[in-house]
Design a binder for this molecule. Sequence first.
Ligand SMILES: Nc1nc2c(c(=O)[nH]1)N[C@H]1C(S)=C(S)[C@@H](COP(=O)(O)O)O[C@H]1N2
Ligand SMILES: [Mo]
Length: 254
Amino acid sequence: MSGIVSRRRLLTGAALGAGGLLGGCDRLGESPAFRKILFSADAMNRHAQRLITDRHALAREFETADLSPFFRGNGTQNPQGADYRAHAAENFARWRLEIRGLVARPLSLTMAQIRSMPARAQITRHDCVEGWSAIGKWTGVPLHRLLDLAGLRESARYLVFRCADEMGGGIAYYESIDLIDAFHPQTILAWALNDRILPIRNGAPLRLRVERQLGYKHAKYVQAIDAVASLDGIGLGKGGFWEDRAQYEWYAGI
Ligand SMILES: Nc1nc2c(c(=O)[nH]1)N[C@H]1C(S)=C(S)[C@@H](COP(=O)(O)O)O[C@H]1N2
Ligand SMILES: [Mo]
């Protein structure tokens, strides 16, 4: 790809298709093997990945008839920490979601407040790298509404989702997304699954749905969201629990 074309022009997609400049990349980007290389987590590849997919496109939505009879759980299905157990015992009546870091107005919201906000419902397919999928209906508050309330600062580049479950050795699950996904209309903090209050198995009281990405990005048991300028120094620096430990890709686009 020529370095002469300005980055801005490429990022806006204005150069896509122009004189076949990216035509070859477009087709290559559809091959799974190539995507795997292209989508690995270093910054240059993040840039390249932005060029060949439309990050704003919607994930497919399904019909009620498509719902899986049972939405299985994966990873943590019943957090054992004393704090979480205490919250669960009182149906999360005093659970709070903190939104903090690079925001003008840090927020601390109860579940009652979150459930009273305008909600979005979507029937989508969840794909886990371990080789299973399930279709579920998720209801929750669009993340962009919370971010508008909190007021992201100019320097914010990523959101880090802090989860209540420990994965062993006292290390909590965490995940991160960039601002394109943060403001994507289907990115929600879900509090219901299939028209029922979200079960503990699936992340009660609040879990991320980031529908353009694979299952491990969908943080469950979310208790805080940190707006940050960089992922350096967070966990082992790769942006998520599995990214840090199992070389899962940071951008897990599907
Ligand atoms: N906090 C937390 N979030 C998590 C996990 C986890 O173990 N802990 N597992 C991830 C993985 S690998 C998948 S596939 C989905 C599973 O969501 P489910 O339990 O609702 O099926 O949650 C993701 N989010
Ligand atoms: Mo997964």
